[in-house]
Design a protein around this ligand. Structure first.
Ligand SMILES: [Zn+2]
Length: 95
């Protein structure tokens, strides 16, 4: 990870390495917010939150945005996905 936050390669799962496009899915929260996505992998059931800074140009740091979007985690967890990276802890340690 480059420390930039929710970077997720489009064509490959960074956790299990699958390159199968049918396994790399994008989940949407019920309360849709433009510029926010969940990228998930059906192979290993991992997910990450993503922020499109072209749209959310005034967004805060990944840490702040992560705290501010718990409903995305709810959606992903309800779908049976899990989060392989404890980003909050990770970022806190580096700060
Ligand atoms: Zn995967």
């Amino acid at each position: 990870m480059c420390g930039g936050g929710w970077v997720f390669p489009r064509l490959r799962c960074p956790f299990c390495g699958t390159q199968s496009s049918k396994d790399l899915v994008r989940l949407e929260a019920v309360e849709k917010e433009e510029g926010y996505f969940i990228s998930a992998c059906r192979q290993c059931k991992a997910y990450v939150k993503e922020l499109d800074r072209r749209i959310r140009w005034n967004a805060g740091s990944a840490l702040i945005e992560d705290w501010g979007s718990p409903h995305f985690d709810v959606v992903a967890i309800r779908e049976g996905y899990w989060r392989p990276i404890a980003s909050l802890i990770h970022l806190a340690r580096r700060a």
